[in-house]
Design a protein around this ligand. Structure first.
Ligand code: AMP
Length: 585
């Protein structure tokens, strides 16, 4: 792997990337060999009869494709403190909480030094390419990063979200320093106990160091937007703090107050300048470059579920380029954005062939019709044998399977990607969607199962009136600001207004995904809306699909209707008889 960060040399990083992608097939075989050698003693691999073989053919014959469900018993034993080599040769000491909520609760996934190292490799690689096109000076980054608390599992392992595990690792700071990407905020703000207080201080630090800020960042674009929406609300208070050199009372955490008091000195000139800049804006257009005159770009994941935020982000950004960040998950990284000049809508990720062994399940569409709902579960129904990294074809869709150094073997990540081209011999992927994800606005991720559980829970209330939900669907309404979930229900009879209001609140509360709950609490996702549709509406939807050539036996109600599925959305919306907004938060 790469050398220590003090010796960071972007050209060398690029050359190393070119070298590993030149013969990606060979690097993949070597990587698999290394993974299997390092972890051959693990109980999981032992039980599959590999007997020390490390070639891809034996690997694929012996090791089954799995999802998180199959690995869960092993991971739970690790989390419960079993020190034997279960999934990896070296014991796992940290657990990441992935947002995956298939069972209605966050998933545990292993985190280890190798995963940390590949995270840093991805950061360095994309930075080297980014900095070649958009060089930044030796300043600071306004980084809206937050670290949730780590907790101990039953067996005493540290557990937290993957980003928390990364931010708390000493390598993170070293790497950020080496790639000129140090946060302008003290650690106490990043690790503060309260998200709102941290955000306020991120904004305040950004203003204090406004001339030094070289770029604006958050993991996901939504958080950047959320930060500047908050700025619109609190800017006058920020100016007062700067003018008087006293931190607002809204920040009560002693650790944050102590750290901020070292930075905050009375500075009426800066307060006046910010005031003048803001009052000179028209509808907040170009807010970011006005505040941070030396910023070169805005950086974060802007693909997939983040795309709806680009319009507003461009409004704040004016001419500042939006650069889309890399592609990975709590389970591990996949690819780096090595074409930073591409707009986020066309961003691709070049797979790093030395961080894992990657396979791809070709996905064929059921109906070759553009109108088909991208989120329809039947859309990617037909499965084929997985192919290797270098065997994928341009223009085709695949589900990714990951084998990595952190104990995942032939693990179905659940993401659908499209191959857009190749960098040397490694594919450049575009993120398409979660294979099973239905509802997502920003950091929230809810699957068909989550929706089902929520509907089951809420429909119990109807049972008291001897009514039932005949069928249901959902939709993310991004036309409101913030966006919100819409649930469509067809009910077997007339339900009273009070009970439907209760059902609506219950639906909202039943999405227990941490990303959803936290977004609802800060109103980054609006109140859930329950829309009751006329009897027979779902029959009309069935008729619509049959008209397109679907077989009745294969028909599945689209559980989520995406914006590309206009006709089904029209059927649903055209048949709404009443609607309710949740008051649960
Ligand atoms: P988590 O489960 O919270 O670790 O989220 C990981 C998931 O976020 C991935 O499996 C993707 O579905 C999504 N994701 C991560 N990076 C990107 C990206 N660059 N573009 C679109 N979606 C992404």
């Amino acid at each position: 792997m790469l050398e220590k960060m003090e010796e960071f040399d972007p050209e060398k990083v690029i050359e190393e990337f070119e070298a590993i992608t030149r013969d990606a097939g060979k690097v993949q075989r070597e990587t698999l060999k290394k993974i299997l050698e390092e972890n051959g003693s693990a109980e999981y691999l032992q039980s599959l009869g590999l007997n020390g073989r490390t070639d891809p053919e034996s690997f694929k014959t012996c090791v089954p494709l799995v999802t998180h469900k199959e690995l869960e018993p092993y991971i739970h034993r690790i989390a419960d403190g079993d020190p034997s080599p279960i999934l990896t040769g070296k014991p796992i000491t940290t657990i990441s909480l992935s947002s995956g909520t298939t069972q209605g609760k966050p998933k545990f996934v292993p985190f280890n030094d190798e995963l940390m190292e590949s995270t840093m490799q991805i950061y360095r690689t994309s930075f080297a390419f980014r900095n070649r096109e958009f060089p930044i000076g030796n300043g600071k980054g306004l980084q809206f990063i937050y670290s949730s608390k780590q907790f101990q599992t039953k067996g005493g392992l540290a557990a937290g979200t993957a980003t928390t595990n990364v931010y708390r690792n000493s390598q993170f700071k070293e790497t950020m320093k080496a790639i000129q990407s140090q946060s302008c905020c003290p650690d106490e703000v990043i690790f503060g106990p309260d998200f709102h207080q941290s955000l306020y201080c991120h904004l305040l630090c950004g203003l204090i160091f406004r001339d030094e800020v070289q770029f604006v960042f958050s993991t996901f674009a939504h958080s950047i937007l959320h930060a500047f929406r908050t700025f619109e609300q609190v800017w006058e208070e920020l100016c007062t703090d700067i003018r008087e050199g006293v931190l607002s009372n809204r920040v009560s955490a002693p650790s944050i107050r102590a750290a901020m008091s070292k930075l905050l000195k009375p500075n009426p000139e800066l307060a006046d300048l910010v005031y003048k800049k803001i009052t000179g804006l028209s509808n907040w257009y170009r807010l970011i470059p006005e505040l941070f005159p030396n910023a070169k770009y805005i950086y974060g994941i802007m693909t997939g579920s983040m795309e709806p935020y680009l319009r507003k982000l461009r409004h704040y950004a004016g001419e500042l380029p939006l650069l889309s960040a890399d592609y990975g998950s709590s389970e591990g990284w996949i690819g780096a954005n090595v074409n930073p000049k591409l707009p986020p809508e066309s961003a691709t990720f070049a797979v790093l062939p030395n961080i894992g062994f990657f396979e791809f399940i070709p996905l064929k569409h059921n109906i070759e019709d553009q109108d088909q709902n991208q989120m329809d579960p039947s859309f990617f129904q037909i499965e084929h044998e997985p192919v290797d990294l270098t065997e994928v074809k341009i223009g085709e869709d695949y589900e990714i399977i990951v084998t990595n150094f952190a104990g995942l073997y032939r693990y179905k990540l659940g993401d659908v990607v499209k191959v857009m081209g190749f960098h040397n011999s490694t594919p450049e992927l575009k993120f398409v969607c979660r294979r099973n994800l239905l509802l997502t606005i920003n950091i929230d991720k809810n699957t068909e199962k989550d929706l089902q559980l929520a509907v089951e829970e809420a429909s119990k209330l109807l049972g008291e009136e001897k009514l039932e939900v005949v069928d249901y669907s959902s939709h993310v309404d991004s036309s409101t600001d913030p966006g919100h979930y819409v649930i469509f229900w067809e009910i077997s009879g007339e339900a009273g207004e009070e009970v439907l209001k209760e059902c609506c609140n219950c639906l909202d509360r039943s999405f227990i995904d941490a990303g959803y709950v936290s977004s609802r609490k800060v109103n980054a996702i609006g109140a859930l809306e329950l829309r009751v549709v006329r009897r027979g509406t779902f029959q009309k939807i069935l008729d619509h699909y049959l008209g397109l050539g679907s077989a009745l036996s294969q028909f599945k109600t689209p559980r989520c209707v995406g914006p590309t599925n206009n006709l089904v959305l029209q059927i649903l919306c055209g048949n709404v008889v009443e609607s309710y907004f949740s008051t649960a938060f």
